[in-house]
Design a protein around this ligand. Structure first.
Ligand code: C2E
Ligand code: MG
Ligand code: MG
Ligand code: MG
Length: 278
C-alpha cells in the first residue's frame, strides 16, 4: 500500500484495482496536501436539551472536499490520518476552526452555544497537548467553558492514570469533557468514576435499536444511571425517531443529538437553524 512506502511515494492506478482500492490510494496520496489546499470543512450538529428542545451545543464534525471524490466522510479518512500521525496537525486545525466559529457566532449576536471537538487517541496522547490547547484558546478568544472536548471511552482507558492527570488540567482550565461512544469500549468503572468529566455520550448503537430490542433499553437505562449517580450529564447520540425521543424524555436523558433534530450541517446552515429555532 502506498502509505507504507512513505508519503511522497506515489503509486500508479492499475486496472486490476477495484474502485475502493483506487479511492483509498487517492486518499492516501492526497491527504497530506489537503490541509494546505484548504479542502477540509467542518460541519456542525446541534445538541439539544431534551426537555425544552433548546440548542445548547454544536459538535464539530470534519469532512473532506476532495476534488475528484467529492465530500468524504471522516469514517473513511480519520483512521488513515490516525495511522500516519497526520491526525495531529489535522486535529489542531479542527480545534482552532471550531473555536473561531464559536467566536464568529457570538460576534453575530447569535445565542452563545458550546462547541464540541473530537480528540483522537493519538492527539490525546501528545505530550504538548495542553500547551497547544492553551495557545488556541488564547489566540481565538473562546471562553474555555464554551469548549467541550470529546474523547472516546477506549482512548480514555488506554492509560487511565495519564487520562486522569490530563483531564484534571482541562478542568482547571475550565474546559468541559465528554466521553464519546460510551458503552462500546472496555471501561473499568473503578477508573471511570475517578475521571473528572462532565458528560457521557451514549453510543448510537444502543439508540438505533432502542425500540426493537429490550436489552438496548436496559443498557441505556444503566448508562443513564451511571451518569446520574456520578453527577454527569448524559446525551444520546443518533436519535432519529419520535419514539426514541419520547422514551429518552420519559427516562430523563438530559440531551439528544441526531438526525431527528438535524444532521450535521455547514456553519451557515447551522446559523440558520440557530436563528429559526431560538
Ligand atoms: P462521533 O464523534 O461519534 O460523531 C457522531 C457521528 O454520528 C457523526 O458521524 C454524525 O454525523 C453521526 N450521526 C449523528 N446523528 C446521527 C443519526 O441520527 N443517525 C446516524 N446514523 N448517524 C448520526 P460522522 O460525522 O460521519 O463522523 C464519524 C466519526 O468520525 C465521529 O464519530 C468521530 O469519531 C470521527 N470524527 C469526525 N470528525 C472528527 C474530528 O474532527 N476529529 C476526530 N479525531 N474525529 C472525528
Ligand atoms: Mg464525537
Ligand atoms: Mg459518538
Ligand atoms: Mg462514533
Amino acid at each position: 500500500r502506498a502509505k507504507e512506502k512513505g508519503k511522497n511515494n506515489y503509486q500508479l492506478y492499475t486496472p486490476q484495482m477495484n474502485e475502493s482500492a483506487y479511492e483509498q490510494l487517492l486518499m492516501e496520496n492526497d491527504l497530506y496536501k489537503a490541509l494546505e489546499k484548504k479542502e477540509f470543512i467542518l460541519y456542525y450538529q446541534p445538541q439539544v436539551k431534551t426537555t425544552t428542545g433548546e440548542i445548547i451545543g454544536a459538535e464539530a464534525l470534519i469532512r473532506w472536499k476532495h476534488p475528484k471524490l467529492g465530500l468524504i466522510s471522516p469514517a473513511k479518512f480519520i483512521p488513515l490520518a490516525e495511522e500516519t500521525g497526520f491526525i495531529v496537525p489535522l486535529g489542531e486545525w479542527v480545534l482552532r476552526k471550531a473555536c473561531e466559529q464559536n467566536i464568529l457566532w457570538q460576534k453575530k449576536g447569535l445565542k452563545n452555544i458550546r462547541v464540541s471537538v473530537n480528540l483522537s487517541p493519538l492527539q490525546f496522547k501528545q505530550k504538548n497537548l495542553i500547551e497547544k490547547i492553551t495557545k488556541i484558546i488564547k489566540e481565538t478568544g473562546i471562553r474555555p467553558e464554551d469548549l467541550e472536548l470529546e474523547i472516546t471511552e477506549s482512548s480514555a482507558m488506554l492509560d487511565p492514570n495519564f487520562t486522569i492527570k490530563t483531564l484534571k488540567t482541562f478542568n482547571q482550565m475550565g474546559i468541559k469533557i465528554a466521553i464519546d461512544d460510551f458503552g462500546t469500549g472496555y471501561s473499568s468503572l473503578a477508573y471511570f468514576r475517578s475521571f473528572p468529566i462532565h458528560k457521557i455520550k451514549i453510543d448510537q448503537l444502543f439508540i438505533r435499536d432502542l425500540n426493537k430490542d429490550e436489552s438496548n433499553k436496559a443498557i441505556v437505562l444503566a448508562i443513564m444511571g451511571i451518569a446520574n449517580s456520578l453527577g454527569l450529564k448524559a446525551i444520546a447520540e443518533g436519535v432519529e425517531t419520535k419514539e426514541q425521543l419520547n422514551w429518552l424524555k420519559k427516562y430523563g436523558c438530559d440531551e439528544i443529538q441526531g438526525y431527528l433534530f438535524s444532521p450535521p450541517v455547514s456553519s451557515w446552515e447551522f446559523e440558520k437553524i440557530l436563528v429559526e429555532k431560538q
